[in-house]
Write a protein that binds this ligand. Structure first.
Ligand code: 5GP
Length: 175
């Protein structure tokens, strides 16, 4: 696919960021090129359209916010942010998750997703899968139905997709 190879070519790689031994995949160069950014949003839309009946797009803090709202507008469905703790006003549902070092908490506004709603969760990248799994648990608490976990990049060696029970799709794979 031409669009996919243009996106792949634009993704940056930074060895040793944020610490030694890590190769950080940088999505921001894609956004600097409007034509490639458009290609990427087309691919995201196609992936979402392949799942019937998506009723809500849930984007993960923070790079899920770059793509989620665009997809939500194209599908004419709501966009809902999942944020790190303490950022969202009103009643929130919360889940703790473990990171490589320490832990963090994700929150979503309680009235943002309804029981049984078919949601698609989007983020830029799946590494260990801990972040996406936490978002799925949050949706479970709201009794939403996660019909797809969608990422642009999967770091396959980390086996993160095995942590997920909901359907998973990635546009690009890196070892
Ligand atoms: P996980 O919880 O799957 O280990 O990590 C995924 C989360 O960390 C995502 O929210 C993603 O934005 C961020 N992340 C981890 N590694 C990278 C990386 O190499 N590049 C980018 N852009 N994000 C990363």
């Amino acid at each position: 696919d031409d669009k996919l190879s243009r996106v792949r070519d634009a993704v940056g790689a930074h060895e040793g960021f944020p610490k030694p031994g890590i190769v950080f995949r940088d999505i921001f160069p894609v956004l600097r090129n409007p034509s490639v950014f458009n290609d990427l949003n087309d691919l995201i839309y196609e992936a979402a359209k392949a799942v019937p009946g998506v009723e809500c797009i849930v984007g993960l803090d923070s790079r899920g916010f770059l793509f989620g709202p665009i997809l939500a507008l194209k599908l004419n469905v709501p966009f809902v942010p999942v944020r790190k703790k303490g950022k969202l006003p009103g009643a929130v549902e919360r889940v703790s998750y473990t990171l490589e070092y320490g832990s963090d908490e994700f929150e979503v506004q309680k009235d943002s997703v309804s029981k049984g709603q078919k949601v698609l969760i989007i983020d830029d990248l799946l590494a260990t899968g801990g972040t996406m799994k936490a978002a799925c648990q949050l949706m479970e608490k709201l009794e939403a139905d996660v019909v797809l976990c969608l990422v642009i990049i999967e770091l396959t060696d980390l086996g993160g997709r095995k942590k997920l029970t909901a359907p998973f799709k990635t546009l690009l794979e890196y070892e």
